[in-house]
Design a protein around this ligand. Sequence first.
Ligand code: PXG
Length: 294
Amino acid sequence: MEKRISSNASVIYVNGEFYSKGNAKISVFDHGLLYGDGVFEGIRVYNGKIFKLREHIDRLYESANTLMLKIPISRDKMIRDVIKTAGKNRLCTYIRLVVTRGVGTLGLNPFLCPKPQIIIIADKIQLYPASFYKNGLKVITVPTQRNRPEALNPRVKSLNYLNNILAKIEAVNAGFHEAIMLNSYGFVSECTGDNIFIVSKGVLLTPSIYMGVLEGVTRNTVIELAREDNIEVKQIVMSRHDIFNADECFLTGTAAEIVPVVECDRRVIGNGQPGPMTKKLIRLYKNLTNTAGV
Ligand code: PXG
């Protein structure tokens, strides 16, 4: 029987060529698979426009540079190829960009992997249910600490997410959807795939990058939106005590956007409802995603 590909079927970019879902493949000897040796980005598409593409590409190349992973195409070519891939998947809402170390030997040495692999998937994203945004999330802190920057800097968005996966397992095992991860000093770093903010006495607070967090594109966007709105923003050393006694709390990420948090470790935050500054920032963020992008 003839195999038909409907015009809406997704095509996947692998090293400059396009393949159908079933035919997009990489080698089992790729160090991305064997060692989690690679980098990635998750990027949103709103109304056919790619949001904060330059920022994501810059972070991808910085992550790769720290790993001495030389991406074989320029940033500008990568931007063009992401736009092209999105164009071929007209209904996509989410782009997953992955660069792996490529095929090598069954040994760690990355310098024996001559050809990094570039994969661009433009598809749909699984969103949190609407009730999370309306009523807010209940979260817990978990035993697994965020990686120490001296060991594996969380600023590197690498394919090795086991640290965060362990934390997610602990949250889910305890009956929660999300975990707050602490750093090795016991201070708050971030969640498993989102940054964290609190509001205290009208000031917007978030853990400093030096606490061991990914410098989220959404985090930076929210800081910018708040400052434009004359809200004071501080990057601080944050403890659990600060969260328990905050007026408001929310998480930010490409997938989650801005999601209110109303409880942490069974302490009710503020009045237990998404707060006014959280709601305002959600509104401002929505306006921006409706208009910005390439
Ligand atoms: N912290 C961590 C550890 C992350 O992985 C963020 C914060 C938020 O960063 P951005 O730049 O997105 O605001 C992330 C982002 C996925 C997925 O598919 C994960 C992320 C982003 C998009 C999709 O699980 N992580």
